[in-house]
Design a binder for this molecule. Sequence first.
Ligand code: GCB
Length: 608
Amino acid sequence: MNMSLLYPRATASRRVISLDGMWQFQFDPESAGEAAGWTGGLPESCSMPVPSSFCDVFTTKDAREYTGDFWYETDFFVPGEWEGKEVVIRFGSVTHKAKVFVNGAEICSHVGGFLPFNAVVTDVVKYNQVNKLSVLANNELSETMLPCGKTQVLSNGKKVSAPYFDFYNYAGIQRPVKLLCLPKAAVTDYEVKFTLQDADAEVDYSVKTCGEGDVTVSLYDKQGNLAAEGKGAAGKLLVKDAKLWNVHAPYLYKIVIRLYQDEKLVDEYYDTLGIRTFEVKGDKLLLNGKHVYLRGFGKHEDADIRGRGLDLVTVKRDYECLKWVGANCFRTSHYPYAEELYYMADEEGFLIIDETTAVGCMESTMNFLAANQGTGKKLGFFEKETTPQLLEHHRQVLHDMITRDKNHASVIAWSILNEPQCTSDGTEEYFKNLFDYAHELDVQKRPRTYAVVMMSLPHTSKGQQFADIISLNRYYGWYVMGGAGIVDAEAAFRKEMDGWNQVRGDRPVIFTEYGADTLASEHKLPSVMWSQEYQNEYLEMNHRVFDSYDFVQGELMWNFADFQTTEGILRVNGNKKGAFTRQRQPKDVAYVLKSRWEALPTDYKSDK
Ligand code: GCB
């Protein structure tokens, strides 16, 4: 039960109580809290909302930039009638490390800040009483954990985060916390795959349980009518006249899984289920056998004050903006997002490229110097002594992401890394391990990809051989040959695309990033870099290039909205490549995208 990552649902056999709200919070810069007995109560705490990042709610720089151990604490009541069942506290995520205590007893620990985990507290809670929940968290970055970075110590002794990635290292309990009561014998997971036959669909399912019992699986349509039924832990459901899930036209069935012991119902779990197929065929992407051209964005979970904390108002606004601008797809750059977002994508008919936390796997000047001091030897990022540790963690993240997200109709592909250094020898072994593992874990065998950094060119990238879809992050006209040099940028871009055409085999290429920083306050005629006029020209140039290559099958602009980064000379209080501002208002470029994307047919380039 501990490992079940099923989304919490209240049913006849299950109870869910939200623990979100105002918790207590305290920094622990000396890492002394555990020894000092803080699990019995925080000595000098302040209030802190859950879910939220802690960083931007404070008004001092020390608090915002705080790096190290910190504690969260709350009280919770466990109903007496739950005795004899399994009691679990389910964290949507704690960034980046967590150790969980209940009534002072250590329950579990977890590494990785963007996926759920469970603390099984059945034997430690006091029933019909109030209990104390304490979480010791830590937000330090390292090269053996994802996302990669390191911790620096300032001359005043304070630690600060040095990310190898371009987004702010927000931390805290950033997603919902739920108290669950589950039956001892229970459904722990299920998976499905689909075959379409004329108007009908076959759903191959398999269910995992803890405890023996008889399983039934029922599928209900929107009106609540039974559409198909199966018996046994694995089998096939035949859905007559299946209503398919589609882009912007989603149809969701309800799947209900029941577990019986001696003909008595002991557990019931339900989920929404969209029936669809997705595959790469030659250089085309096919949804339900029909060609689909991707358009949309790389996004971030990022908003004013709450940082990376789940905020349903922002989630709702984002989907409204995505619909308005004519997008059909986004990438969860650069980490798996909160589950609530995937359920909404299922409901709204959006396609998701689901990305792991593998960002910053890059030999930056900073980590290169640290790792190779004095040796003069150039080591690739995947050839370090610590690489086996990183790989183990990466496999865990991939495992948990696919386990959590595999049943979403919206999820069409796995992005296994963003911009890794993939020109050195260690790349192939590292990549093969993960790309094989993704197929092993996913019964639907969704296409696997990774976002290729600018420096990795068609003939130097050792990773591209593993990708089912070649995904490029390209900034011709921004980081190189910007401004008046955009003419040369276009020529260089086309030259590179000709190179990709030589090595891609019969595979599609999509753009997972292209963009230019733009201040919403700036207008200039004629354009200069950073002005809204330049962002429009930059995009128009990129689109011209995309339109000239039939094998380009998607364009995900960077970024949906402006977002916070670490401060520095390359960023004006954050990355400003958004089509929308951080407050989700359109820049001029959003209208350029809207008129293009609304005009492009869903199956753009299908006949070529
Ligand atoms: C990239 C990264 C992304 C950055 C972006 C940029 O290639 O994948 O995380 O934010 O470039 O704006 O520089």
